[in-house]
Design a protein around this ligand. Structure first.
Ligand SMILES: [Zn+2]
Ligand SMILES: [Zn+2]
Length: 266
């Protein structure tokens, strides 16, 4: 399967000149049989533009409904093209059915959800079992709640854990939940900022994330949901810290500060 990052920012699309980190949360996982998309931040607009095979079913899985995770949804082209087979997946179907009409409410967008030319089917997670893969939900530590997911296809697993705050109290439990995966995509909004000023923002600091990854069996860690408008110096400093910590721990962990357009095969 192939994993592609279409948007890696948290909060809002980046408006600085750093072109490689631009859009908000959207990651795709593509197999021969389906295209699964985590979140519909502004990155999903380019994903929609890149599609060329209407025969492959598309599943959009939502983590939560903060703006940075849904802002691209009204502009996702398959919603306007009935050749595409679209399904929205969320653990709480009733909640999803309440939220969608609000996103497409006439105060915010000209086309209502019920008038979309290609209405998606709405399903809970049990739907995935019928299709030969599993999606295991995790409750993440984030104001208002957020779901993380472990996607298992054949013998490979990808964890998508955006918008999660690791703390000394929850580090051990998340470490065991996230253990033994091929790819962990995890919130890393902060690096050098003050802990005390961002105590309950629901986002993670790089040293806490790296310590979790080094203590779990994770092959590849992708730092995700980055602070918008960070510059290359900030990213260079993150990479220096990551490389020296991995070396110091004599670990074989791979770690990538993700960027729009980054992709990897699993
Ligand atoms: Zn977010
Ligand atoms: Zn959020």
């Amino acid at each position: 399967m192939k994993c592609t990052f279409y948007g890696v920012c948290g909060s809002y699309p980046s408006i600085n000149s750093l072109a490689s980190i631009k859009h908000t949360a959207c990651v795709s996982v593509e197999t021969d049989d389906f295209l699964l998309i985590f979140d519909a931040g502004s990155g999903i607009i380019n994903l929609g533009r890149s599609l060329s095979n209407p025969n492959k079913p598309i599943f959009i899985v939502f983590s939560h409904f903060h703006y940075d995770h849904i802002i691209g949804l009204p502009y996702f082209s398959p919603l306007y093209n009935s050749q595409y087979n679209l399904t929205f997946i969320y653990p709480n179907v009733d909640h999803l059915k309440t939220v969608l009409p609000k996103i497409f409410d006439s105060d915010f967008f000209p086309v209502s959800f019920s008038d979309l030319p290609n209405s998606p089917t709405i399903q809970d997670l049990s739907f995935c079992n019928q299709l030969g893969f599993s999606l295991i939900p995790y409750n993440l530590n984030h104001p208002g709640g957020c779901f993380g997911y472990r996607l298992v296809v054949n013998d490979k697993s990808v964890i998508y854990a955006t918008d999660n705050q690791l703390t000394p109290d929850n580090q051990a439990s998340f470490s065991s939940l996230f253990n033994d995966c091929n790819l962990l995509i995890h919130d890393c909004y902060f690096f050098e900022e003050s802990h005390s000023e961002h105590k309950s923002w629901g986002h993670t600091f790089l040293p806490d994330l790296l310590s979790l990854a080094l203590n779990s069996k994770i092959k590849h860690l992708c730092l995700f949901h980055l602070k918008p408008d960070i510059d290359q110096n900030y990213i260079d400093a993150m990479n220096t810290y990551i490389n020296s910590t991995i070396k110091h721990n004599q670990s074989s962990l791979l770690a990538t500060v993700s960027y729009d357009g980054f992709s990897l095969d699993l």
